[in-house]
Design a protein around this ligand. Sequence first.
Ligand code: ATP
Ligand code: MG
Length: 375
Amino acid sequence: MTTASSSKRIDPILPGSVIGVLGSGQLGRMFAIAARRMGYRVHTLSPDIDTPTGQIADREVTSSYDDLDVVRYFARGVSVITFEFENVPAAAADAAAEYAPVRPAGRVLHTTQHRLREKTFLRDNGFPVTAFRAVRNEADLRAAAEQLKLPAILKTAGFGYDGKGQSRLATIDDGLAALREFSGDMILEALVDFDREVSVVAARGIDGSFAHWGVIDNTHRNGILDVSFAPAKVTQQVQSRAIEIARAVLEALDVVGVLCVEFFLTKSGDLIINELAPRPHNSGHLTFDASATSQFEQQLRAVCGLPLGSTQLLKPAAMANLPGDLWDCGEPNWSGALAIPNVKLHLYGKQDPRPGRKMGHLTALAETAEEATRL
Ligand code: ATP
Ligand code: MG
């Protein structure tokens, strides 16, 4: 659903302009596909070469995010900067902002790239999160374990994805072992006994307009998202509450762009925020084939100051990730998958199919989400 608001007027960045993307993975790739379709040019900056985004972009700049002179040079050549990766250092976002608008703003990244800052922000703004404590050393860990009770989950505060940098602690000895492995700021989180995990991917325009794709149901395997489907099988009340929370989060952070709120849905029907992603999200990939406007086109519209598009779900859909493990016995059987007419294949152009690496995804469209999931 999309709602408009008309407080601020800023001249839009129109087709033909160059959009700068910091980061170069599959999220940037699908953003670049959407942007090029609408007549924009795309430049991407990351430390890598021949990247999923770079293969589609007009220009691929290879540099460390810490080389602020290159970041400034990059920003001079574009009309707006956005992200596909939230772990870009704040200094890089600030340097880019000297030459081009950065959307969402660097402070959104700063908050959401660090689990402790993110959870503290959410708690202090009255959003539901699980109990947590900051952990930097053994004494903190012992005190936190005493207060929250084990089992609990210890996570590194920065740079976690796909369940990396996390350890489930049954005993304090598990915690001491994890401390030897992890470094820097950490967070101990009380375990949530959830019934399922759901997400809301939403967008906010420069004028405060808001759009969302409803509630998406997510199943994880080995800490990595496996299958998502929409619409999620949740009550109308959960649906409304999740969307209300997502809207409030985008407003509290003053997001311009796309942000995903990952939730736990408890057995008693309560929603608890797990984490935020200040960019398109894996659970929203199905919007590429199933919605009037995908999360990637919406990010483009939002950061360019254009009206947000309709987020209507044209068909129930399911998305399955394709991890590198599927390549263990050679190239997967694409003909077999594509023999089902309503299945769409997305591959990200990655050369090295390591286990657990997200190589692509399949989207299935059907009359119901259950049927799409079965395909
Ligand atoms: P991703 O990149 O897939 O979003 P991540 O590495 O950022 O993952 P989280 O989303 O924090 O990590 O955790 C990954 C998964 O671990 C969650 O989706 C959930 O299944 C489980 N998990 C994380 N925190 C908790 C918790 N406090 N209680 C119960 N389960 C949890
Ligand atoms: Mg997560």
